[in-house]
Design a protein around this ligand. Structure first.
Ligand code: MN
Ligand code: MN
Length: 323
């Protein structure tokens, strides 16, 4: 492990002390020479202008940083220490414009494109789910990615309120239309909740997306769900997007569009661990909305899921470097 990238250990500085960065990693800004050596960048995207109902996810990154200080280095289940495999750093928050959607999409894309140009894989913390679109624009142009998508919602709607094309309900429709996301290599897990109208999921399925809704997921169980998801995304570059509303609101009440009858935190951890060995190129945890869970429990869940994704991403990144 490169000591300069080691998370501050809780045996020297207690984990409740000091300035909160993602997982107690060093915080690097543009201009820092150490940036050249970063493999994985943890990035906040504090923006919720795509939210159609209960706003608040703009406050996600700050609370996620705070609660991520509870995370330790080694994943007990897999034995993976992501910080030993890769140089990880907190790259701060992407610049956003709280009152301008188009400007925000452009700013976030530019920020992530600069990270991508350095060969750094992003692990982002939203923000509402629309923030995944500019991330994909930055990393998937000319190289469409597959995706394992954990969510109560498909986020493949077309428009909202007439002609609004960009909301947290539309990112994956836009990503497919823009050639960033390969629908035949996309699986959406945990989908549930009432619809505005029947056959709402049809567009995505017609494009080739596979939906494993929550009932099917529970019926199949964790292992078979993993097996199917892996078969769908295959060996190609793959993005992991984790909307915290995938979880039942008893585990994650702090989110904008909760849906009951969701996954447990245990199931979520098992499923992400099951992505080991895939060619992950980036990921995110989105829709953590602190105003709806002042206890911070939802952010703890979100930060821990970031760690689970980081473990798989670090192993993939390490494997990529060696081949
Ligand atoms: Mn979503
Ligand atoms: Mn959702």
């Amino acid at each position: 492990m490169d000591k300069r990238f080691a998370p501050t250990t809780g045996t020297v500085l207690p984990r409740f002390a000091g300035i909160a960065t993602f997982m107690r990693l060093p915080w690097l800004q543009e201009g820092d020479a150490l940036l050249e050596e970063v493999d994985i960048g943890l990035v906040g995207i504090p923006w919720d202008g795509g939210t159609t109902n209960r706003a608040g996810a703009r406050h996600g990154p700050r609370q996620l940083r705070d609660l991520s200080t509870l995370v330790r280095n080694v994943n007990r289940a897999s034995g993976i220490n992501p910080f030993a495999l890769c140089n990880c750093a907190d790259l701060g928050d992407a610049p956003v414009n709280p009152v301008d959607l188009d400007d925000t999409l452009a700013r976030v894309e530019r920020f992530l494109a600069a990270i991508h140009a350095r060969g750094i894989a992003p692990l982002c913390a939203g923000g509402d789910h629309l923030v995944t679109l500019p991330v994909m624009r930055a990393i998937a142009r000319g190289r469409p990615v597959g995706m394992v998508h954990f969510d109560a919602h498909t986020d493949t709607w077309d428009r909202y309120f007439g002609d609004a094309m960009f909301t947290h309900g539309t990112p994956f429709r836009r990503a497919i239309e823009e050639g960033l996301l390969d629908p035949r290599r996309t699986v959406q897990i945990g989908i549930r909740g009432a619809l505005y109208r029947d056959a709402e999921d049809d567009w995505g399925e017609r494009q080739g997306i596979t939906i494993i809704d929550i009932d099917e997921m529970k019926r199949l169980g964790v292992e078979e769900t993993i097996r199917r998801a892996r078969a769908i995304v295959g060996d190609g570059p793959t993005y992991a997007s984790f909307d915290v509303d995938f979880l039942d609101p008893v585990y994650a009440p702090g989110t904008g569009t909760p849906e009951i009858g969701g996954a447990t935190t245990w199931e979520a951890q098992q499923l992400v661990r099951g992505l080991r060995g895939l060619d992950l190129v980036g990921g995110d945890v989105v829709e953590v909305s602190p105003p709806f869970d002042a206890s911070g429990n939802t952010a703890l869940v979100g930060a821990t899921m970031m760690f689970e994704i980081l473990c798989v991403l670090a192993e993939a990144r390490h494997a990529r470097r060696r081949r």
